[in-house]
Design a protein around this ligand. Structure first.
Ligand SMILES: Nc1nc2c(ncn2[C@@H]2O[C@H](COP(=O)(O)OP(=O)(O)OP(=O)(O)O)[C@@H](O)[C@H]2O)c(=O)[nH]1
Ligand SMILES: [Mg+2]
Ligand SMILES: [Zn+2]
Length: 365
């Protein structure tokens, strides 16, 4: 393909209109470098094997092309992706600036040694809003997992505490969350008095994309409606709120907001499972990371070693034991994932047996 036709490909969708969906110069140069053929559009939502794509002017449904279908998992379009499409088919997925993904539910328990399957949630995201209700949903340990997940993907988290109206002094929860989420903005919101609206609007300016994650019932769709100024997303009704484990939202969808940006509503997450180690823990547990610099051993696990600065901080009351416990659990999970990635499952298994044999031998001594 000549330079000329390449640039024509891109012009066939109007860049000004595309910018309404978050298109910018950075995507433009990625697209120019790729060998593309078709019209550029963004995936607005995925419905089974069909993609609703839009270019700022119109929206249409496409099926993936054979090539896209055959390509490996990572190339399969997800909501938020920039793609090349004609009237009926998505022909290519543009390189992503980032992807928010986790392990497929249940897959981390798979015992056959296979790598956990990645479940992409969204692509090309500027901010991830971790939505947590100030009701039974509120859980610092869960928030730590969400933060690690988001940092693992190299993304920017913002914590939104919904249902602030349920408390006389919701600020105390903000302080609690701030004590485990250093430097992360924590925003209180309520559908009753539109608290948090202006703070949240900072993440929804022209061309910006924010994605919401959180448990089912946390109030994500309610928040979307509040920010939109109209009921565009269905929310859980009081009568169905007794039905446990029901997800009100079932599709991942990008909503074009009146503020000029895009907001992605998501179904609730049941299990926050990591699919690989992206060193997110270094950000989500920066306090422990810093303390660990003073541990006697460089590879200290902060469990039993002498001269452990982290354990000392727990003893002196500087660090909550639950937080250390949460860190150690996540660290083990992530270490396991990276080990599995680096070695074949077979080798891992062999070594495990070697360790066990050694252990038994030592015990007999
Ligand atoms: N009191 C109070 N209730 C709220 C608030 N926000 C949401 N709720 C209630 O919480 C319930 C769940 O809200 P949804 O917005 O449907 O929750 P969701 O996170 O979208 O849930 P899924 O779509 O299942 O993931 C509904 O009954 C809402 O009315 C709030 O600010 N205050
Ligand atoms: Mg919802
Ligand atoms: Zn230590």
């Amino acid at each position: 393909m000549t330079e000329n036709t390449k640039s024509q490909t891109i012009i066939s969708s109007s860049p000004e209109k595309l910018s309404l969906l978050g298109w910018n110069e950075s995507f433009e140069s990625t697209a120019a470098a790729a060998d593309l053929n078709g019209r550029i559009a963004r995936v607005i939502s995925v419905q089974r094997n069909l993609f609703l794509v839009g270019d700022g002017q119109e929206e249409w449904l496409c099926a993936p092309s054979g090539r896209v279908l055959k390509s490996n998992n990572g190339d399969y379009p997800v909501t938020g992706d920039w793609v090349c499409a004609n009237e009926t088919v998505v022909t290519a997925v543009l390189p992503r600036s980032n992807i928010l993904s986790r392990a497929e539910a249940g897959s981390r328990y798979s015992r056959n040694g296979s790598i956990t399957r990645e479940q992409p949630i969204a692509a090309n995201i500027d901010t991830v809003l971790i939505v947590c209700g100030l009701d039974r949903d509120f859980n610092l340990r869960r928030l730590e997992r969400y933060l690690t997940l988001v940092y693992n993907c190299g993304l920017n988290p913002v914590i939104v505490l919904t249902k602030a109206d349920l408390h006389d002094d919701p600020e105390q929860y903000v302080m609690e969350v701030e004590s485990i989420a250093f430097g992360v903005p924590v925003i209180l919101s309520s559908m009753q008095d539109e608290r948090g609206r202006s703070e949240l609007e900072c993440y929804l300016g022209q061309g910006m994309t924010a994605a919401m994650i959180g448990s089912s019932g946390a109030g994500k769709s309610t928040l979307a409606n509040m920010l939109y100024g109209n009921d565009i997303q269905a929310t859980r009704t009081v009568s169905s709120s007794v039905g446990k484990g029901r997800h009100t939202t079932t599709t991942r969808e990008l909503i074009r907001m009146p503020q000029g940006g895009l907001l992605m509503d998501n179904p609730g997450i049941r299990e926050i499972a990591f699919h690989e180690d992206g060193h997110g823990i270094e950000n989500s547990f920066a306090d422990i990371q810093e303390l660990a610099e003073n541990c006697r051993f460089a590879d200290c696990s902060h469990g039993h070693e002498p001269g452990c600065a982290v354990l000392q901080a727990v003893e002196s009351g500087e660090l909550a034991p639950e937080r250390l416990e949460s860190y150690r659990k996540m660290k083990r999970e992530l270490d396991y994932l990276s080990m599995r990635r680096n070695k074949s499952a077979d080798r891992v298994e062999k070594e495990r047996w070697k360790d066990i044999t050694m252990l038994i031998r030592n015990m007999k001594k």
